[in-house]
Write a protein that binds this ligand. Structure first.
Ligand SMILES: Cc1cc2nc3c(=O)[nH]c(=O)nc-3n(C[C@H](O)[C@H](O)[C@H](O)COP(=O)(O)OP(=O)(O)OC[C@H]3O[C@@H](n4cnc5c(N)ncnc54)[C@H](O)[C@@H]3O)c2cc1C
Length: 466
């Protein structure tokens, strides 16, 4: 018998390590609450994780098995569990971040010492780091080449969930409560967790939005995206299953436009794998700029501006709507993530790491590679990033992608009933007009035009251009 160590693969179907272990004997599923991971966690993600574990445990229980739950350093817990249950091996799926690799190295060493076999599998991405490279075998630093190869490569089929008779007959453990783990209940409204809920999201998306994805995904007031980010982060659904559905959608597409829309969606899945390999080969990006600059970037330090940004009180309606969606739903639409990240790093000239830390605290889908990739893209410090001289204008972005201010007024009720035109020109109104229209909503905390010039000058100094 082997143990399957669940980590970011909280599902039974399309799980490579679990399927391999079930193939050659009973498999005993385990999950370990690791204090060094809990240190970096936050309430929304812990709540989602707990619910995903509850779903998974139920799946095993319905098949007369169970999920064994431990708490402590996996390098101690796993050899102990193997001994306690008479298992001769442990399997798990790779996690590609620097911290995970360090931890897994320690677990391997501990299992070796205890004489317990171990085997690992590539599962979380379709094409693991090192398989899509330049002709010289180097990892790509530019997405387009990586993306083209990713799209062209043949895709594997999902692997089936284990049969009930391949699961160990075991009595599992109760799930610890959030406060036992040191977390409060989140105040955000979270998506439901588990493979069932993830499949419902995928079904909804593949029913029709996928065929209009390239246009509709830009509008935060519409349901144009798949909302699978937390599922892909925690592995409540397998990437092969998602990709298989997109292949079916390609076959079903009834026009060139629909076909292209599905391809655009597949490209986003490739972005996820691009950032996974960026982080894998450059683990330092979690705390350092990917790009080298001749001089230090002169980020400002301003706690008041940072607090206004976090609270959604900047007086830039689309920015504030995004920050409040984050607080209310532990999620933010992609277009708005780009806008708020640009605003923090370019308009406020605050370090992207402050924004990344806040997102890490608040997002249910926080994923080291994607979050870091997104922040360094917006801050112009990353691989294949937004050029430093291209600064999003938050007013025109709002006007273009939320013309009726529907998204804005959903999240910023102080502006409810205000004419969208006035909302989109909030920075041009005088104090009296603003007071008249929405007395509770603040005036802009800075002048975008001036700040844009300052940001460009800051990057030119960092590049040594001046
Ligand atoms: C500053 C910033 C921070 C971000 N932080 C995260 C994060 O912590 N976790 C996260 O999963 N995504 C992050 N993203 C990427 C993107 O915003 C989210 O993946 C997306 O909004 C999730 O919604 P969805 O599942 O409906 O996406 P869809 O549009 O339906 O996309 C499908 C899937 O593709 C992947 N994907 C989509 N866009 C990107 C992208 N730009 N980069 C990498 N993968 C992508 C995600 O796994 C997503 O679930 C960030 C983007 C920015 C600009």
């Amino acid at each position: 018998m082997r143990l399957h160590w669940h980590r970011r693969d909280l599902r039974a179907a399309d799980n490579r390590a679990l399927a391999a272990a079930a193939d050659d004997g009973p498999v005993l599923p385990v999950f370990v609450f690791d204090p060094s991971v809990l240190e970096h966690a936050a309430p929304p993600r812990m709540a989602f994780l707990r619910d995903a574990l509850a779903w998974l445990r139920e799946w095993y229980r319905e098949r007369d098995s169970d999920l064994v739950i431990a708490r402590g350093d996996p390098a101690e817990e796993l050899p102990n569990l193997a001994e306690e249950h008479g298992a001769n091996g442990v399997v798990w799926n790779h996690d590609y971040t620097g911290l995970a690799q360090e931890r897994d190295g320690a677990v391997r060493a501990a299992l070796d010492e205890a004489g317990v076999e171990h085997e690992t599998f590539h599962d979380a991405v379709h094409h693991e780091p090192g398989t899509i490279t330049t002709n010289d075998g180097d990892p790509y630093a530019v997405f387009s080449y990586f993306g083209d190869k990713w799209l062209d490569r043949e895709k594997d089929d999902p692997v089936p969930a284990p049969d009930a008779d391949a699961l160990a007959d075991v009595v599992g453990d109760e799930l610890p409560k959030l406060d036992d783990l040191g977390f409060e209940e989140p105040d955000a409204n979270l998506p439901s967790a588990g493979t069932g809920a993830a499949r419902e999201r995928l079904d909804r998306f593949c029913e029709s939005p996928i065929f209009e994805y390239d246009e509709e995904r830009e509008y935060p007031a519409r349901s144009g995206t798949s909302r699978l980010s937390q599922d892909l982060k925690y592995g409540t659904i397998g990437i092969r299953e998602v990709v298989e559905r997109t292949a079916e959608a390609l076959d079903e597409a009834e026009s060139e436009a629909e076909h292209e829309a599905v391809e655009t969606y597949r490209e986003e899945l490739a972005w996820r794998e691009f950032y996974t390999q960026v982080t894998y080969y450059n683990p330092n990006v979690v705390s350092q700029n990917y790009k080298d600059f001749t001089n230090e970037i002169e980020w400002r330090e301003d706690n008041e501006d940072l607090a206004a940004w976090k609270a959604g009180e900047t007086g830039y309606p689309i920015v504030d709507a995004g920050m409040r969606q984050l607080r209310a739903e532990a999620y933010m639409h992609n277009r708005v993530r780009m806008i708020v990240a640009s605003f923090l790093t370019k308009d406020l000239r605050l370090d992207w790491r402050a924004g990344y830390d806040h997102f890490r605290e608040r997002l249910v889908d926080h994923d080291t590679a994607n979050d870091n990739g997104g922040w360094q893209w917006a801050a112009s410090t990353g691989t294949d990033a937004q050029p430093y001289f291209r600064v999003f204008n938050p007013m025109t972005q709002g006007e273009r992608y939320d013309p009726d201010a529907e998204y804005i007024t959903t999240h910023v009720p102080e502006l409810d009933g205000v004419d969208p035109e006035a909302i989109h020109s909030w920075h041009e109104l005088d104090d009296e007009e603003r007071e008249d229209l929405a007395p509770e909503y603040p005036a802009p905390i800075c002048d975008h035009g001036e700040r844009r010039e300052e940001a460009i000058a800051m990057f030119e100094r960092a590049r040594g251009d001046d």
